[in-house]
Ligand binder design. Structure first.
Ligand code: PAN
Ligand code: ZN
Length: 207
């Protein structure tokens, strides 16, 4: 790990950092249960475990005071009508924030709190997004045929809680509807203590 101030370049080639310590690749099989159209998911997976997104990380100690940062690249594509997206997570230390800076592509950051508040903010080149402490976040690439590239930075002690989202999903989904991105309720979103009707479990809303 570096012990003197360091810098790196982001813009070339293909927005891959000129130096990085870790390259994470997430494929379709890592997203089991996350896409609304399970049949489309299974059909796609049977053909190819496609690469959905990649993360290039600069390694720093995972302690308060350090800043973890790198590049996230979500490739273009859809599972059924739902765009390629990241798994999404809460930070384990819930009171830690994150900054995203969009470098390329078009998309959305889907966010929500443990209490069920939600927000869906557009991402486009030049846009800085501040993800507040306590808000889970997932990036979605709605570009036609283009990567969604974001630079991210968050506190070293944040940690990642993937389990909560894996279990209950996000409250909102971004799908293509009549050729345009649309935000819909996730019919499978689960919140403890909420009342569910059978209709809600089987019918996507607003479609
Ligand atoms: C980002 C994300 C990155 C990949 O670095 O980790 O975009 O998304 P998932 O972690 O949800 O797979 C971040 O938000 N870190 O905290
Ligand atoms: Zn995060």
């Amino acid at each position: 790990m570096k012990t003197v101030p360091f810098s790196f370049d982001l813009r070339s080639p293909d927005f891959i950092p000129s130096t990085y310590d870790n390259h994470i690749k997430r494929t379709l099989s890592a997203m089991k249960g996350q896409y609304l159209d399970q049949q489309a998911y299974n059909q796609l997976l049977a053909r190819d475990d496609a690469l959905l997104y990649e993360v290039y990380e600069i390694k720093r100690p995972k302690v308060a005071g350090e800043l973890l940062h790198g590049i996230s690249i979500v490739h273009p594509g859809k599972v059924g009508d739902e765009y390629f997206m990241t798994k999404g997570h809460f930070h384990t230390v819930l009171d830690t924030a994150e900054i995203y800076y969009c470098q390329k592509g078009q998309g959305y950051m889907v966010m929500e709190t443990p209490e069920g508040d939600w927000a869906v903010e557009p991402l486009f080149p030049g846009r800085v997004l501040y993800v507040l402490p306590r808000w889970a976040h997932r990036s979605v690439n709605t570009s036609a045929g283009e990567d969604l590239v974001t630079f991210f930075v968050y506190p070293g002690n944040s940690g990642h809680d993937y389990g909560t989202i894996e279990a209950q999903g996000f409250r909102k989904l971004v799908i293509e509807c009549d050729g345009q991105p649309a935000i819909i309720d996730n019919p499978r979103w689960y919140q403890p203590g909420r009342r569910y009707s059978q209709e809600r479990l089987s019918q996507p809303e607003n479609r």
